[in-house]
Write a protein that binds this ligand. Structure first.
Ligand SMILES: Nc1ncnc2c1ncn2[C@@H]1O[C@H](COP(=O)(O)OP(=O)(O)O)[C@@H](O)[C@H]1O
Ligand SMILES: N[C@@H](CCOP(=O)(O)O)C(=O)O
Length: 353
């Protein structure tokens, strides 16, 4: 009888940071943990792929516990399948503890994907590097900002490489062939090939240790798919240049040891995703307009976190006051909020035996 145990820890993320839509992200010290035990003497045959799942934390009332429909295990099965392994080892048990609120723009799905890929990597003893694992993540998530921040940690910029026509075709394969719905897709259509190599490039920037993150979390979900569906296909030149100019300044100004609050605030403005998302998040326009370094001591910048509805305030002090101001604006719209004071998770996703 062999027993193997290990624990995966994956940070939450806040993607975009204002103008860096699909480009920038920070890993946050709010961790999805996955405790794994493989005990070959245990009977796990009641699950279609031999994996007992237990779960606590956010989403406990709705996250599926069958390995063919849970995002973490579906993702692990995808990596295993690409490496010619078609089930979890006999006696696999994963216990998930998830404090990351689902559907709020703190990267819960990105963290689940990163956790799932790492789970497959460990169980299959595949020895994939973090960069290679990001290729697998990108076939599912299709934008690099949140997954790169969760996988690598810290403050990360990323872009997608231009791929050959064949590689692009492989990258854009329908999602249901990668994460098949239980019983819906014929087995022969499952993707069993490894993803193209080096789909993305990533760079970790420094981050001023004086800047902390206030996440104000409204009590409703905005699924990322819906929040992306409201964005236009085409943009005008002025709006793109507006964002590019700010992005160039933002990635450096956030690294300065002594933060320039007013410059950060201005450099965090955006014209390519936040305005289109106002209609999904009552109060968002008012929040972004009303909380400023002039009116709120300690505030550096404010933006929508990921696809929303969470608001990310970067600040050096006055954390409670800033959070309470945002909460009071949402309250006028009938929206209740929770809030958390977070710091960057510099190590990214980890595995411990
Ligand atoms: N720990 C988890 N385990 C299983 N599924 C998860 C987990 N975290 C997120 N998900 C899935 O991802 C969905 C949320 O993804 P998404 O809409 O992209 O929001 P977010 O901004 O939180 O990433 C959830 O409704 C759930 O289906
Ligand atoms: N760039 C993406 C980021 C989505 O992040 P999430 O935390 O909401 O999953 C977007 O803005 O759509």
């Amino acid at each position: 009888m062999t027993v193997k145990t290990f624990e995966l820890k994956v940070p939450a993320s806040s993607a975009n940071i204002g103008p860096g839509f699909d480009v920038l992200g920070i890993g946050l010290n709010l961790y999805l943990t996955i405790k794994v035990t493989v005990d070959s003497s245990k009977d796990t045959s009641s699950d279609p792929y031999n994996c007992k799942i237990t779960y606590e934390g956010d989403g406990a009332d709705k996250v599926p516990l069958s390995s063919d429909s849970n995002l973490i295990t579906q993702t692990a099965l995808y990596v295993l399948r690409c490496n010619d392994i078609h089930s979890f080892p006999q006696g696999t048990h994963i216990h998930v503890n998830n404090p990351i609120p689902l559907g709020r723009g703190l990267g819960s799905s990105g963290s689940a994907l990163v956790g799932g890929i790492m789970l497959g990597n460990e169980l299959g003893e595949l020895k994939l590097s973090k960069l290679r694992m990001l290729d697998y993540c990108l076939l599912i998530e299709r934008h690099p900002d949140n997954i790169a921040a969760s996988m690598l940690g810290g403050f990360v910029g990323s872009y997608m490489n231009e791929l050959s026509p064949e590689e692009s075709e492989a990258k854009n394969v329908p999602l249901e062939f990668i994460l098949p719905k239980p019983g819906k897709t014929p087995r022969e259509k499952y993707i069993t090939e490894e993803p193209p190599k080096n789909i993305g490039e990533y760079l970790q920037y420094n981050w001023s240790k004086k800047i902390r993150c206030v996440a104000i979390i409204p009590d409703f979900e905005v699924p990322t798919d819906e929040s992306r569906a409201v964005l236009p296909e085409l943009y005008n030149k002025q709006d793109i240049v507006f964002n590019l100019q700010r992005l160039a300044v933002l990635t450096t100004v956030l690294t300065h040891e002594n933060p320039d609050h007013k410059l950060i605030y201005k450099a965090m403005k955006d014209k390519i995703h936040q305005p289109y998302r106002y209609k999904l998040i009552p109060g968002l326009g008012e929040v972004l307009k009303s909380v400023t370094p002039d009116t709120d001591k300690g505030l550096c910048g404010i933006c929508l976190s990921g696809a929303g509805p969470t608001i990310l305030c970067l600040a050096t002090e006055g954390f409670d006051e800033i959070a309470n101001k945002v909460i009071s604006i949402f309250k006028k719209e009938g929206v209740e909020c929770d809030w958390k004071l977070l710091d960057l998770a510099y190590d990214g996703a980890t595995v411990e035996y």
